[in-house]
Design a protein around this ligand. Structure first.
Ligand code: FES
Length: 75
């Protein structure tokens, strides 16, 4: 893990998820979302592709401002 990835030039965002996979793609059927789904955008979640709150520690450590995307179903 390189917390200064942008500065050290690696350009890598993902340092943990499916590293042997050449491209991480997740497909979620909207019919499987009951109320809302919260998806990770920081690549730190242990419950990928869903947010587990790990972005908070990342933000605290790095000064970043990452957060999830929330998909809500109409009521
Ligand atoms: Fe990655 Fe929340 S854990 S956005």
């Amino acid at each position: 893990y390189c917390p200064k990835a942008r500065k050290c030039g690696s350009g890598r965002c993902n340092n943990a998820i499916q590293l042997t996979n050449p491209k991480v793609v997740d497909t979620i059927d909207v019919e499987d979302i009951t109320d809302k789904a919260v998806f990770c955008r920081c690549w730190k979640s242990k419950n990928w592709p869903y947010c587990d709150g790990s972005h908070a520690a990342h933000n605290k450590e790095t000064g970043d401002n990452l957060g999830p995307v929330i998909v809500k179903k109409p009521q």
